[in-house]
Design a protein around this ligand. Structure first.
Ligand code: CDP
Ligand code: CDP
Length: 204
């Protein structure tokens, strides 16, 4: 039986970690939809035309996910993500994944509003920009990147503004989403809150 859990939120709010853990809890598949936009952004940086790159994207192109995690790929992703034809080209793949038998968790920006407006459970994850920048900064430094906290915070603010301000599928909570502010929550507590929200949706 198909059961879709939509998890949205801004950069480094913790949605990916929560999505992965919720998917493992239920034995569902997990799709990090940000990787699709990052892969198209990466190709644009390499000289490709973004709409053609989005149309040609194959799931196998997401294999080298670590290389797609850079701040540069993230910025490029948020630029190509504002192009309606790019979003349209990535729609069918995401919807097919969402309805796969056995259940699915998708995380991104517009899963609850555009990709899966009928998802059985919707969660919107937030945290202050400073907390999110601190988390992303630690992650990048642990990965060996040389970066400054101020630059990471600026990157997050730029992407927030672009993602919330675009005309097509802007970042916003669905009316029926449960909001979880992870600013003061550790991962265990945040995951437990997400599972409680899914259980409430399953029960009701
Ligand atoms: O997917 P998204 O960009 O929203 O964030 P993430 O990759 O899940 O989390 C970003 C970083 O914050 C990771 O290093 C997580 O371990 C950390 N995190 C945290 O410290 N506390 C939380 N409640 C959630 C995530
Ligand atoms: O992990 P983080 O939250 O930093 O970024 P991501 O989820 O990998 O997304 C990278 C960029 O792709 C975002 O800043 C958005 O512009 C775009 N994106 C989107 O528009 N719609 C989605 N469903 C997922 C990502």
């Amino acid at each position: 039986m198909a059961f879709t859990i939509a998890i949205d939120g801004p950069a480094a709010s913790g949605k990916g970690t929560i999505a992965k853990r919720v998917a493992a809890h239920y034995g569902f598949g997990h799709l990090d939809t940000g990787l699709l936009y990052r892969a198209v952004g990466r190709r644009m940086l390499d000289g490709a035309e973004p709409i053609a790159a989005a149309r040609a994207l194959e799931a196998a192109d997401l294999g080298d996910a670590a290389a797609l995690r850079s701040a540069e790929a993230g910025q490029a992703a948020s630029k190509v993500a504002a192009i309606p034809e790019v979003r349209a080209a990535l729609l069918d793949f995401q919807r097919a994944f969402a309805r796969r038998s056995g259940g699915a968790v998708l995380d991104g920006r517009d899963i609850g509003t555009v990709i899966c407006p009928d998802a059985e459970a919707k969660i919107f994850v937030t945290a202050s920009a400073e907390v999110r920048a601190e988390r992303r900064f630690r992650e990048l430094v642990a990965g060996g990147a040389e970066t400054r906290f101020e630059d990471v915070l600026q990157d997050i603010r730029d992407r927030d503004e672009r993602d919330m301000g675009r005309a097509d599928a802007p970042l916003r909570p669905a009316d029926d989403a449960t909001e979880i502010d992870t600013s003061r929550l550790d991962i265990e507590t945040a995951v437990a809150a997400a599972i409680a929200a899914v259980e409430a949706a399953r029960g009701g």
